[in-house]
Design a protein around this ligand. Structure first.
Ligand SMILES: CC(=O)N[C@H]1[C@@H](OP(=O)(O)OP(=O)(O)OC[C@H]2O[C@@H](n3ccc(=O)[nH]c3=O)[C@H](O)[C@@H]2O)O[C@H](CO)[C@@H](O)[C@@H]1O
Ligand SMILES: C=C(OP(=O)(O)O)C(=O)O
Length: 420
């Protein structure tokens, strides 16, 4: 089992380049199986364990996936002929459920294991299923699987109102509707930049998707799609993580490639905390110290404060003077990092979905364990700012979302190593 050893206290400085977004590339790779001709070439693909898993899922369905270099993938889906997703792979990663919509549209039927809950919440898929049913599929859930079959020849365009602005449901329905007969309108759709990226990729494949990035998405179904070239958007969560890591150490770091428009709520809160931020077209820089004011924040669907940045921001708030309030409204159980931060000396009290964080002068290094991806990132941030040595276990969670994390952090001055 590998772990990080972090000797805290180094002030981070320099420049770090952000990779393509995990949460954009996963649906994009899933969408590739919609192409019945041609090859897709996807650039800025971060070769993370999750990316490897979704690639294995589509390979098992008959796609050919070839890595041209560290960050370019060629995907040929002409020979996709399976409609049952390999259960052992789907169980490895929730996002594998994103092959359900494309499979249903392309093959007329699909069987995918239910993704189940995880450390951050129950994470049901009822909105995905409601969408498939509205598009004219018969959906059966049982024995840990979802099986769906198109009634008639093709899915049929329809109007779907999502009860929750679910990112995954919006993506799954968009992908299924791309090959449906007629027009689909998704209302109360999620608006995340990763949805826009998927829509751009689908459109490059020959789809007709309009309105992505707003809460009404219109999709005119087409008869077939072909492979296309696409460059994945930069990872806003990775970028935000580096900005907060820099602030935690009172450092000045330029995060190259970060799109400030995608990070508005994070930047706004950092500024509110008194952290200097400079934005330009090519990236974002933190300047001038760790901040000195407490914050109130609530996680919300985009463009609200992202739940995927909550844990990292909380790590920073543990050392800002005063009382900060964090409310997690997206996932019901995303506070697993709290107990670990407390082991490092943080003063945090949780009541329901709200955490009150009273700033302490400093955290102290300890042995802590990541329970999920962003909890892991938060513990690394805490360790970078803490006095003494921190040991972070559970690196498989961190490896799901941060490529060569320790190398990037070392390149900006962190004292961090991965030991086996
Ligand atoms: C691979 C990927 O892109 N993952 C992101 C995606 O996850 P994911 O797509 O799973 O998240 P959703 O937006 O679907 O979930 C938001 C909320 O809706 C609930 N829900 C969702 C679907 C459904 O059918 N029924 C239902 O009740 C979930 O349990 C959760 O409480 O968006 C989340 C919210 O920004 C992020 O934290 C994840 O990093
Ligand atoms: C929760 C996350 O991912 P996933 O939906 O893949 O679990 C995340 O990226 O923080």
């Amino acid at each position: 089992m590998s772990k990080y050893l972090i000797r805290g206290g180094n002030r981070l400085s320099g420049s770090v380049k952000v990779d393509g977004a995990k949460n954009a590339v996963l649906p994009i790779i899933a969408a590739s199986i919609l192409a019945s001709e041609g090859t897709s070439v996807i650039e800025d693909v971060p070769w993370l364990t999750d990316v490897e898993t979704i690639s294995e899922v589509i390979i098992a369905l008959g796609a050919e996936v070839r890595r041209e270099s560290d960050s370019i993938l060629h995907i040929d889906s002409q020979n996709v002929n399976e409609w049952i997703a390999e259960e052992s792979l789907v169980r490895k990663m929730r996002a594998s459920f994103l092959v359900m919509g494309p499979l249903l549209a392309r093959m007329g039927q699909a069987r995918v294991a239910l993704p189940g809950g995880c450390a951050i919440g129950a994470r049901p898929v009822d909105q995905h299923l409601k969408g498939f049913q509205a598009l004219g599929a018969e959906v059966e859930v049982g024995r840990g699987h979802v099986q769906a079959r198109v009634k008639g020849k093709r899915l049929k365009g329809t109007r779907i109102y999502l009860d929750i602005q679910s990112v995954g449901a919006t993506q799954n329905i968009m992908m299924a509707a791309a090959l449906a007969e007629g027009r689909t309108v998704i209302e109360n759709a999620a608006k995340e930049p990763e949805i826009v990226d998927l829509a751009n990729y689908l459109n490059a494949m020959g789809a007709n998707v309009r309105g992505a990035g707003t809460d009404v998405i219109r999709i005119e179904g087409v008869e077939s799609l072909r492979g296309a070239n696409h460059t994945v958007i930069p990872d806003r969560i990775q970028a935000g993580t580096f900005l907060i890591a820099a602030a935690m150490t009172g450092g000045e770091v330029y995060v190259e490639g970060a799109i400030s428009n995608h990070l508005k709520p994070v930047i706004a809160k950092m500024k509110e905390a008194g952290i200097g931020i400079e934005e330009d077209v090519a990236g974002i820089r933190t300047v001038g110290g760790p901040g000195n004011k407490p914050l109130d924040l609530k996680t919300l669907p985009y463009p609200g404060f992202p739940t995927d940045m909550q844990a990292q921001m909380m790590a920073l708030l543990t050392v800002l003077p005063g009382n900060s309030l964090v409310t997690e409204s997206v996932f019901e159980n995303r506070y697993m990092h709290v107990a670990e931060l407390q082991r490092m000396g943080a003063d945090i009290k949780i009541e329901g979905r709200t955490a009150m964080i009273t700033g302490v002068p400093y955290l102290t290094g300890a042995s802590v364990t990541a329970s999920d991806l962003r909890a892991g990132a938060a513990l690394v941030i805490a360790g970078l700012g803490a006095q003494g040595e921190t040991e972070v276990q559970g690196l498989h969670h961190i490896d799901r979302g941060y490529l060569t994390f320790e190398d990037k952090l070392r390149s900006i001055g962190a004292d961090i190593e991965r030991v086996e």
